[in-house]
Write a protein that binds this ligand. Structure first.
Ligand code: SF4
Length: 232
C-alpha cells in the first residue's frame, strides 16, 4: 500500500493549489459543449490536438450530429471531413461513431456516470472518463493529461511518469473535494505559464514553492512575455 505523504508535503501542496486557484479564478474546461455527450465527443477529439483545434470543428459536428442517435448513423466520410484537422481523423471518426452506437445499445443513449462504465466505450480511457465525470457530473477525479503530468513532476507532487501512478500520487496528496479544481488550475497554469518548453518561472506566483524554479525563464520581464493568453 502506498505511504501517505507527510503533513508538510500535503500542506505545501495545498498552499500551491490555493495560489493557483487565486491566480486562475475562472479556470474551467476550455472545450465547448452543451451536453455530456458533446463533452465526451470533444474530449475524444482532443487527443493529440489542442482545445482550440477541437473547438474549431465541433460547431459543425454538433450542428449536424448533436446526439448519439444522429452520430451513430453518420456517414463516415462526412465525419472524417469535419474533424480532419484534429488529426488521427480516421481513428477518431471510428471511435466517436462506435461510442455513439454503444451508448444507444448499452446505455439507453445516455452517457454513463461511472468510471468503470465510461472506459468500456470506444476511444475512452481513464483520462477522458475523468474529464467527463468532473466537468459534467461533478464527480471528483484526477485527469492526468500532459499538463498535469508535467506540473506534477515540476512541483514535486509525483516523481512517476505512468499516468495511473501519478493519478494515485495526487489522490493521496490532495483531498477529494479539491480534485476537480486541482485539474482545472493545473491545466490552466500549464497552458499559460508552466509551458513544456519554456516555462515562465519569473512570472510564476508559485515560484518560491517550486523545486523546479529556474527550469524556464527567470527574468521577470522576459518571463512575462512568455505568459500565454487563453485558447479560444
Ligand atoms: S516556477 Fe517555473 S517550473 Fe515551477 S511552476 Fe512556476 S513556471 Fe513551472
Amino acid at each position: 500500500m502506498m505511504a501517505r505523504p507527510s503533513v508538510a508535503k500535503r500542506e505545501k501542496a495545498a498552499t500551491v493549489l490555493g495560489i493557483l486557484e487565486e491566480t486562475y479564478p475562472d479556470a474551467t474546461c476550455e472545450l465547448k459543449f452543451s451536453s455530456a455527450f458533446q463533452l465526451l465527443t470533444a474530449t475524444i477529439l482532443s487527443a493529440q490536438c489542442t482545445d482550440r483545434g477541437v473547438n474549431a470543428v465541433t460547431p459543425e459536428l454538433f450542428g449536424r450530429y448533436p446526439e448519439p442517435t444522429q452520430l451513430a448513423e453518420a456517414d463516415r466520410s462526412d465525419v472524417e471531413r469535419i474533424i480532419h484537422s484534429t488529426g488521427f481523423y480516421r481513428a477518431k471518426t471510428d471511435s466517436i461513431i462506435r461510442m455513439s452506437q454503444m451508448l444507444l445499445a448499452e446505455f439507453s443513449g445516455e452517457v454513463p456516470q461511472t468510471l468503470d462504465e465510461l472506459v468500456t466505450l470506444p476511444g475512452v480511457g481513464r483520462k477522458t472518463a475523468n474529464v467527463v465525470l468532473g466537468e459534467w457530473f461533478g464527480v471528483p477525479g484526477i485527469t492526468t493529461d500532459t499538463h498535469v503530468l508535467r506540473l506534477s513532476r515540476r512541483l514535486g507532487w509525483s516523481k512517476l511518469k505512468d499516468p495511473v501512478k501519478v493519478e494515485a500520487d495526487l489522490c493521496a496528496l490532495f483531498p477529494e473535494q479539491t480534485w476537480i479544481s486541482l485539474c482545472r488550475v493545473t491545466i490552466w497554469h500549464g497552458r499559460r505559464r508552466c509551458h513544456a518548453r519554456r516555462p515562465a518561472c519569473g512570472a510564476c506566483l508559485v515560484a518560491e514553492l517550486c523545486p523546479s524554479f529556474g527550469e524556464g525563464e527567470v527574468d521577470p520581464v522576459k518571463a512575462q512575455a512568455l505568459v500565454s493568453v487563453p485558447v479560444g
